[in-house]
Design a protein around this ligand. Sequence first.
Ligand SMILES: Nc1ncnc2c1ncn2[C@@H]1O[C@H](COP(=O)(O)OP(=O)(O)OP(=O)(O)O)[C@@H](O)[C@H]1O
Length: 602
Amino acid sequence: RSLRGGAPGPERRAEGRRRMAEARRVSFRDGRFASRKTEEAAWRRHQAAAWLESMVGPFGLTHCPSEQEFVAALRNGIVLCKAINKIQPGVVPKVVANAPCDSQPSTAFQYFENIRNFLVAVQALKLPSFEASDLEKDNLDAGSVGKIVDCVNSLKSYQERKKCSGTYGPVKYMKSPLAPRSAIHVQSENVTLGSSTPQKCLDLTEIDAEGQSSQNVGPNMEEAIGKLQRIILDCMISCKENLNQDVLKKDPVTLVGTILSNQLEKEQFKPLLQLISPEGAATKNEPNQHIECSNSQNENRLRLLEAQESELLELKTMFQEVKVDFRSLQTQFQDDITELGHNIQGISKAALGYNQAVKENRNLYNMLQEVRGNIRVFCRIRPLMNSKSISSIEHVGNDGSIMVCDPYKPQTTRKIFQFNQIFGPTTTQDEIYRETQSLIRSVMDGYNVCILAYGQTGSGKTHTMCGPSGGLSSNDLGINYMALNDLFTISTSREDVKYDIRVQMVEIYNEQVRDLLSEDTSSTKLDIRSSSNGLFNLPDAKMCPVQSPSDVMTLMLLGEKHRASGPTAMNNRSSRSHRFEFALSAPLTFLCALSIFAATDF
Ligand SMILES: Nc1ncnc2c1ncn2[C@@H]1O[C@H](COP(=O)(O)OP(=O)(O)OP(=O)(O)O)[C@@H](O)[C@H]1O
């Protein structure tokens, strides 16, 4: 659309549009605020230059000048003075127009007079002004051009306002950072009011006072558009103070929408709304359709808002319920935690008491063992193997006494022996073990225990200690197997102590000690060493770690193979002498031994 008076040529216009389009394109692509500001400044310079040209005619400025070009064209003040004189004739009485080329110093002074006179006139009109020094080349980078452009555009607005309303009052002019971007976005949204060019709707500075911009609309709509433009401009100007950098980063349409929505409730919009309402509108033309469309959009938005409000209320109610539930759970959780704490304290006390009781129990137990006798001697009467044999036992007392005599020499003196306990010929293996079982527990408490079977050949030592099957059958197990089982059972049940169990197996025969677990059978003879505490030990005897009763059984079977045996008058397979030793230790606590012997001689 051509500007009023002195319109630029088509080429310059095309160039200007191209540069503006390029500036916008860069701005949109980068989306940076700096680009937007550059674009906006270029647009405002264009407006100012175009207006000045329309007022004073072409003065050698391009359609979209750079800052340098703009300032250079205005530096002599001639254009500015002419323009203000057009608005307010005679406000600058004397304008130095053309100076001779050879009088540069005085011309510069006279030019300064032009500027000074112009600034005085601007101040008289109460319009935004600038400093004369802002036209200096050195001050361009300090943003001085913006002030000059603002001043020129304020003159433009003043002139347009004067033409529209015929009043001369002071104009509250504020530069609008939104005009170019709003126009672009409004175009994309097709929100126009009676014109295909978006600038016509939003940029009041380009409105044609004679109504050229609204050729296709009726008089009412023309009036509406005019009012709307003025109101929008006022809104934008009045909102400018409240705009900050963050707001300016918004999408232009959103930004304009924000500004307008802030102003919609104000009095100045009421006449406009009445004008564009179905009753107020004289004709139903295109702008009204847009307004109806906008109303329908508003209704939709209102419905959406109501739905969202209702959802919000539901959510709020749910939130309150959840909050109450959460608090109740929190209270319950705290109560539970407190109760749990009390319970743990109780359990801790009980555990402490239990441990103490166990310790006392162990002490008492072992004291009892000592009271019963650290050395206990039992007698087991073997059943007669031959029915023709005559028993030498005459009497067995309940107090552990036994009376024997030679059945073939009845006249010989009877002998009485006293034992801790006497087991008859019918006594089972289990009954024998029950009397020794308590000692196994003492081993686990760190006491040394020795179980020794002693008797003449064929008296039943091997039968008692190893069982009739020698451990091959689970029936009638011997003392050593049953002790072994108990050893591992107790060590497993006591989780507070870690036991390290090892096994030695030696044979003492003809005053020689042989290692029954040594793989090298040729050199199994062991030396007996006395230790500093007066005890004897076999340091070279092989000590095998075991984890389970089956490990021990394997070792015992190996030892059995290495045992010396031979027929005697009374026993076809007589063991000469043997000893099993279980070395038991609980690291850092104790080291003790369970020795199991069977011997015919000492
Ligand atoms: N309580 C018993 N009940 C049944 N049989 C028995 C009993 N005690 C021993 N015998 C039997 O008596 C025989 C000799 O027993 P055993 O080999 O245990 O004697 P020993 O004392 O180990 O002899 P040695 O010292 O010569 O090795 C075996 O045949 C054994 O089965």
